[in-house]
Design a protein around this ligand. Structure first.
Ligand SMILES: [Ca+2]
Ligand SMILES: [Ca+2]
Length: 398
């Protein structure tokens, strides 16, 4: 009886022994599998090897899981702030050890109404909702316990159509805020629609700076001339190939850029075009592809890329929806000679599989980091990428 009773106990001990004995190597294997699985998941959802870049350039993931990543701005202490369009939130992303991989992502606020636009000035984060501008003072010292935002300005239309806003501070210290057209194509009695406005950082002295702008979701200032350049999204429903989207230059306040009467400098609108000739308006510096949806734009001002890149503007083309075959889904590069755009080429593409007509990413915004590399946000891949350049890699190419 005793022996009989012992038998299951020995078996149990043996089983326990094997479990314990096999635990250590199993843990290591588990960790390995987990890493491999993660890599596989990332590789499947963000197959960066499919992207095409010029020789010597490399693209890596800076941050993942940034749902709906849209406009970006950098804080003075290195916090990357990222707005969203449909996620009601703004992210603060930190790379604590400077290896260009995000280490910490904080969701600052989850109750915002289409907080697409973000800008940073004097320690404060500015966020643009549809109808108002918010300011989070001293934000980088309070990331985990952000202050209740101050309302800087709340007298913008609350129309959701093209209501998401890109914002940025100009070299004059003013905050520039566009108001998109509340439609595909329409005239508005309210002069705020289809404009770019600007104001002092405290919300005072708001004025209309540019008119006839359908929906700009990206602008910047030329590093030498200080002039503002902006992208504009062309109207829909005129077919696959017209009108062009636009890259525009503002030379003085109050200029009119054509919408809704004339598109791309030459295309008379079928509904409103008889009212004024195209000659009455400022033509784009460069007509871009129809439906490419140009969003973020930056002149390359860093020291990492080859010297010739200082003549280029880089534009994030978010990609089409109103077209029988998709276009855009890339970063384009436009060479300037003085104020003239002399070429319009592709810098990075491959987010769109043209044959399958499927994309794994849609670039939204671009910023140039201090070291001269770029960050690119992607609201479809929910990621931030970093683009760097290594000239030794080019030298080693036979
Ligand atoms: Ca890091
Ligand atoms: Ca125009």
């Amino acid at each position: 009886m005793k022996f009989k009773n012992l038998f299951p106990k020995i078996t149990l001990l043996l089983v326990l022994f094997f479990v314990i004995f096999s635990c250590k190597p199993k843990k290591a294997t588990d960790a390995q599998i987990e890493t491999e699985e993660n890599e596989t998941v990332a590789e499947i959802s963000l197959p960066l090897r499919k992207l095409n870049l010029p020789d010597g350039f490399q693209i890596d993931v800076f941050a993942t899981g940034i749902d709906g990543a849209r406009s970006m701005t950098m804080g003075d202490n290195g916090t990357l702030f990222v707005g969203t369009r449909n996620e009601n939130r703004v992210y603060a992303i930190q790379d604590l050890d400077g290896d260009f991989k995000a280490d910490k992502t904080i969701v600052l606020d989850t109750t915002l109404e289409v907080p697409n636009g973000v800008a940073f000035k004097d320690g404060a984060l500015y966020v643009a909702e549809v109808g108002r501008l918010l300011r989070y003072p001293n934000i980088e010292a309070n990331l985990t316990n952000p202050p209740t935002p101050e309302v800087v300005y709340d007298d913008y239309p609350t129309e959701f159509h093209h209501g998401w806003k890109y914002i940025a501070f100009g070299p004059d210290g003013k905050l520039y805020v566009p108001v998109g057209a509340p439609c595909n194509i329409c005239e508005s009695e309210d002069e705020r629609y289809a404009s770019i406005t600007r104001m002092d950082p405290d919300g005072s002295n708001r004025e209309i700076y540019a008119k006839g702008v359908r929906n700009t979701v990206g602008f910047t200032w030329h590093p030498e001339t200080g002039e503002m350049w902006f992208t504009d999204n062309g109207r829909d429903m005129l077919g696959d190939d017209i009108p062009p989207c636009e890259f525009n230059r503002i030379t003085e306040p109050g200029q009119h850029f054509g919408y809704p009467y004339c598109h791309g400098g030459t295309v008379k609108d079928p509904e409103f075009g008889d009212k004024y000739p195209c000659a009455d308006f400022v033509a784009p510096a460069q007509a871009l592809g129809a439906h490419v949806a140009p969003l973020g734009v930056k002149f390359y001002t860093g020291d990492m890329f080859p010297e010739s890149y200082k003549d280029y503007a880089l534009i994030a083309e978010h990609g089409s929806w109103n077209r029988s075959s998709k276009v855009g889904y890339k970063i384009s590069m436009l060479k300037l000679e003085g104020n003239e755009v002399v070429s319009y080429d592709t810098f990075i593409d491959g987010w769109l599989d043209e044959e399958a007509q499927e994309a794994f990413g849609r670039p939204v915004d671009i910023i140039v980091l201090k070291d001269g590399s770029l960050l690119i946000s992607d609201d479809f891949g929910d990621a931030i990428y970093r683009v760097s350049y290594d000239n030794t890699a080019v030298a080693s190419i036979p």
